[in-house]
Design a protein around this ligand. Structure first.
Ligand SMILES: [Zn+2]
Ligand SMILES: [Zn+2]
Length: 264
């Protein structure tokens, strides 16, 4: 089988960070070749960069999560400079989240615009997080010309209309273990419709473990359950989903160089 890619995980978060050798071993045992470790603060970015430099199967992104309120606010130049690192393949995660943050969201929108401008300047695609904020997310993507650089709508949970609009803006759609949840019928409908050449899969580990591990610690090896679920929905096999999503990953994150040995 073509090795799978986990296009979005947080290997530096507890409890994954204390057992990474085992996490990588189980990824390898389950046919996972590469993973993208996604940044949420500038303060923890050095950990992610070190992981990506220490492991040829791990890539990094740089960015500040929309719900992050403790750390340093990034300027365009900060992100552009950090994104020059050869192991950094994307800007994010960024976006809007009105579920976990409340009140005047101007600061969150300004941070999102900063990331889009950084992505355009650095030539590296965006990883976008959106929750209960689809209209504003799409509006800002249009206003800032995010289509010029493209990227991925990660851990997608929105409607087909939102997916369609993101596809029209040159974005890929990434599905997580949520597609395996019993109450996710509407999302499964969306996952059936995304064109082959825009489909990605992820774990968002350590969160959102797929069925049959729901409620447990998620890890990159579980991306195969996401792949299996999506294969079933699309009436194909996991090998097809693996080859499609792995090809898409290296198409989107164009400066991600596959490891010589393509198993983690
Ligand atoms: Zn996210
Ligand atoms: Zn994330």
């Amino acid at each position: 089988m073509t090795p799978l890619v986990d296009s979005h995980c947080h290997l530096n978060f507890e409890p994954l960070n204390t057992g990474l050798d085992d996490v990588f071993q189980r990824a390898r045992d389950n046919g996972v070749g590469h993973m993208l470790c996604v940044s949420v603060t500038l303060e923890t970015f050095p950990e992610i960069r070190a992981l990506a430099h220490g492991h040829p199967h791990v890539f990094a992104s740089v960015g500040v999560h929309p719900n992050e309120t403790e750390g340093r606010e990034p300027a365009v130049d900060d992100l552009v400079i950090l994104a020059r690192d050869e192991r950094v393949v994307a800007i994010g995660e960024t976006g809007l989240d009105y579920y976990r943050s409340h009140g005047d969201m101007a600061w969150q929108q300004e941070r999102f615009r900063c990331h889009i401008r950084s992505a355009k300047q650095s030539g590296k695609p965006l990883i976008i997080h959106t929750r209960e904020s689809a209209d504003d997310t799409l509006r800002i993507m249009r206003e800032e010309g995010a289509a010029d650089i493209g990227g991925v709508m990660h851990c997608f949970t929105e409607s087909w209309e939102t997916a369609r609009a993101a596809l029209d803006l040159n974005f890929f759609i990434s599905f997580s273990g949520i597609v395996t949840f019993r109450n996710a019928e509407a999302l499964r409908d969306v996952a059936k419709q995304v064109p082959d050449d825009r489909l990605l899969i992820e774990t968002d580990a350590p969160y959102l473990a797929p069925v049959p591990f729901r409620g447990k610690t998620n890890e990159p090896s579980f991306v195969r359950y996401v792949a299996e679920s999506i294969a079933g929905l699309r009436h194909t096999d996991i090998d097809t989903i693996a080859s499609v999503t792995t090809r898409n990953f290296f198409t989107l994150f164009r400066n991600a160089v596959p490891a010589q040995d393509d198993r983690a």
